[in-house]
Design a protein. Structure first.
Length: 298
């Protein structure tokens, strides 16, 4: 039996595929280009195209596909693409899964802690309601809603509400490193906004834990148990690269001018998120302290 993975060429997907294959698991990757081997199958989520034969007999599906929210400057067209890529992709996949005569046991579908909106310094876990704003109301809420038919069809559904993933191979960290290595790292805005992070090793470990634990369903926060403020993150990253950081923060108006709407919801606000479901289910984090995680991934 195979594990089906979408979004397998991205940072998270490629790390997960490596881990699954290292354990001897057969992986089938759904790709949006011509397949290059027996372990790949074409799909076009925007057009609702998917080969049911590729899904038949799958043990589980891990759905990670979707446009990166900070790939481009936010404008109306790109915001529509962010929503469309998630909603249409999930809808196409879930429809195909529910029509299979033998359905997979589990669907692990990507989500984000943006669901909670700006939480300030208030701790939230998976029981918290959705927050306000584009990411919460226009992206994550409708994205997660597309998995409901799979749950109604008897498939165990886990929603992977992922925080800031720390990796030296991609994501936000490699974009910050050149600045910090020059000694120009600085807090952003107030510096008090919480960045709920997780190391790439723990993200993969948590997904494998969820795959293998039949009792876990619904939203699961993929974040370390000790979120850090942006100011704390800045200090820790400076120490990790052995460089000083700037005493003055980058003002919010400058960030809004430089990167647009993403600054407001993705940088200047934050979520203080706790991984209650992971901890209660017995997952043991490899990295609970930010300094340890940065040392490991760098």
């Amino acid at each position: 039996m195979a594990i089906i993975v979408t979004g397998s060429s991205g940072l998270l997907g490629s790390a997960l595929v490596r881990a699954l294959r290292a354990d001897g698991t057969r992986v089938v990757r759904l790709v949006r280009r011509a397949p290059q081997g027996a372990d790949e199958s074409f799909w076009n989520p925007g057009k609702g195209l998917i080969d049911p034969a590729a899904l038949q007999g799958a043990q589980a599906v891990v759905h990670l596909a979707g446009a990166g929210i900070n790939d481009r400057r936010w404008n109306d067209d790109f915001k529509r693409e962010v929503v469309r890529s998630r909603v249409e992709g999930t809808r196409t996949l879930v429809k195909a899964l529910t029509e299979l005569p033998v359905k997979p046991r589990a669907l692990l579908s990507a989500s984000a802690i943006g669901f909670y909106g700006d939480t300030g310094d208030r701790e939230v876990d998976e029981t918290a309601p959705p927050g306000a704003g584009f990411l919460a109301q226009d992206v994550v809420v409708p994205w997660e809603a597309e998995t409901v038919p799979a749950e109604e069809a008897g498939i165990r559904v886990a929603l992977l509400r992922t925080g800031l993933v720390l990796s030296g191979e991609g994501g936000m960290l490699p974009k910050l490193l050149p600045i910090f290595k020059l000694g120009l790292g600085a807090p952003l805005g107030s510096g008090g906004q919480y960045w709920s992070w997780i190391s790439i090793d723990d993200w993969v470990g948590a997904v494998l834990h969820i795959l293998n634990n039949q009792e876990i369903s619904g939203p699961v926060n993929l974040t370390a148990p000790e979120p850090a403020t942006n100011a704390e993150f800045t200090k820790a990253l400076g120490e990790a690269v052995h460089r000083p950081t700037m005493p003055l923060a980058v003002p919010g108006f400058a960030l809004r001018t430089a990167i647009g709407g993403f600054a407001e919801e993705g940088v200047l606000t934050g979520q203080r998120v706790m991984p209650r479901r992971l901890l209660e289910s017995g997952y043991t984090f490899r990295h609970t302290r930010l300094s340890e995680a940065l040392a490991a991934v760098l």
